[in-house]
Each structure stands twice: as structure tokens, then as C-alpha cells.
Design a protein around this ligand. Structure first.
Ligand code: VGL
Ligand code: ZN
Length: 225
């Protein structure tokens, strides 16, 4: 399944039970960054429009930051003889190793230029346990450690989340799957996300899984209209 094959929903009306999740819009994921996502910079204006839309009506807006300590186990540099993007499946890590990225407090971990973090209700950091990665904004990769986001959103009466940001086949994907698992309706804003597609096929696999789990896809013009 490719991005062009995804069935898109029509116009959706935002209500007080909707939240916006902006995933990992950080310098290291832009072209030229440590773990570049092709065209990642192109979604900044659209994400700013979505942020404005949810901010206008005082809907919750959550920005996430991948936030790794030096020597994080997801980094190839932590494993002697391994290179970035080499396969490695371990408890809480994988399916591939990454270049060092989004190290706590570094420029690469900062939000991308122009992003409106001032409009965020909550800035949620994840991936700060040295031996567990966290692609999802809800559950770390051991699949049991919670970030607290589900409870946060439930406490605010949120029933549906709109997800955008980077990367479609990792942090957006796992966030979407877990949001559904925690009982939220899930809408992925497909034109405001870009993929890593490593290993080859990860975009098609993740799109297929999201479709099977009844995750809704839309383009941002259907929200803003
Ligand atoms: C991500 C790989 C490693 C992401 C984070 O934000 O999608 N991908 N860390
Ligand atoms: Zn990471």
C-alpha cells in the first residue's frame, strides 16, 4: 500500500473533544539533520496552520520531542561494530539502529524553526530512558511503560486525536496505533507528515496496519475549511 492508495475522509468538524498531536518536529529530523526525513521541512507551514486552528478554539495541542540521553541504546554508536540503519531487534529497541539524534538539550533536539511551540498546551518528551526507545507518544517501546499522555487527554475529556509530524512510519504510526488502543478515535493528517521508509517497505506496512485498525486519514484542507 502506498500513500496514493490511502482512502481519504471528507470534511471533519472540530469539537471540544478533539486534540492535536504534533509529533517530533525537531531539527534532527529535517533534511540536513542527523536523522533526516525527506521533505520534513515542507510540512512546517501546514503544521503551523493546524496549530492556529486548534489554538483558536482552545483545543488541547500536544507537541512531542524525541529526547534521548547520550549513549541511548537506539544509537548505532552505542553498539560496537554497528552502523546507523543496521537491523537490530532487542527489548525496547529496533527494528533498526539510528544515527545519534535528538540528544537532550542539543540544537538537533530543538523544535524546527518557525514552529509555534508557544501555542502548545503540553510539551511531552519521550525516549529518555537509556535502554528503551519510545516511538509512540503514549507507550514506550517495551509496550508497557506509559508516558502519561493517555491519562492527560482523558482527563481533559478528549475523545479524538488528530496526528501530524514526523515520521509517518515510526513515531506518527506508533502514536496512532496506541491512541486507538487507548480508546481514542484517530485521524492522521496525511499531508502533514513525512516518512523515513527505512527499512524499505515500512511505509506500505504501516499504512496497511493503520487502515486495518480503522484509523482515519484526511488532508488538512478538510479540517481548516
Ligand atoms: C523517530 C526514529 C528514531 C521518529 C524517532 O520521530 O519517527 N524515528 N527516533
Ligand atoms: Zn529517536
Amino acid at each position: 500500500m502506498q500513500i496514493e492508495d490511502v482512502e481519504l475522509a471528507g470534511f471533519v468538524k472540530i469539537t471540544s473533544k478533539d486534540a492535536l498531536l504534533v509529533i517530533d518536529m525537531q531539527n534532527d529530523f529535517l533534511p540536513g539533520g542527523a536523522l533526516p526525513v525527506a521533505d520534513g521541512d515542507q510540512i512546517i507551514p501546514g503544521i503551523n496552520n493546524l496549530t492556529d486552528r486548534f489554538h483558536q478554539t482552545e483545543n488541547p495541542i500536544v507537541f512531542t520531542q524525541d529526547w534521548h540521553p547520550i549513549g541511548h541504546h537506539s544509537f548505532a554508536s552505542t553498539h560496537p561494530g554497528k552502523n546507523p540503519y543496521d537491523p537490530l531487534e532487542a527489548q525496547g529497541i529496533g527494528p533498526v539502529l539510528w544515527p545519534d539524534h535528538c540528544v537532550q538539550g542539543t540544537h538537533g533536539a530543538n523544535f524546527v524553526p518557525g514552529l509555534q511551540a508557544a501555542k502548545a498546551t503540553l510539551i511531552l518528551r519521550k525516549g529518555f530512558h537509556k535502554s528503551i526507545d519510545s516511538y509512540s507518544a503514549f507507550l514506550e517501546n517495551d509496550r508497557t511503560t506509559e508516558t502519561g499522555l493517555a491519562t492527560f487527554l482523558q482527563t481533559l475529556g478528549i475523545e479524538r486525536v488528530f496526528i501530524c509530524g514526523l515520521a509517518l512510519d515510526y513515531c506518527v504510526y506508533f502514536t496512532a496505533i496506541d491512541a486507538k488502543e487507548f480508546g481514542f478515535d484517530v485521524v492522521v493528517v496525511l499531508d502533514q507528515t513525512k516518512a523515513v521508509n527505512t527499512p524499505e517497505g515500512s511505509v506500505s506496512n504501516t499504512l496497511k496496519n493503520m487502515t486495518e485498525k480503522k484509523i482515519i486519514f484526511i488532508t488538512s484542507d478538510k479540517i481548516l475549511g
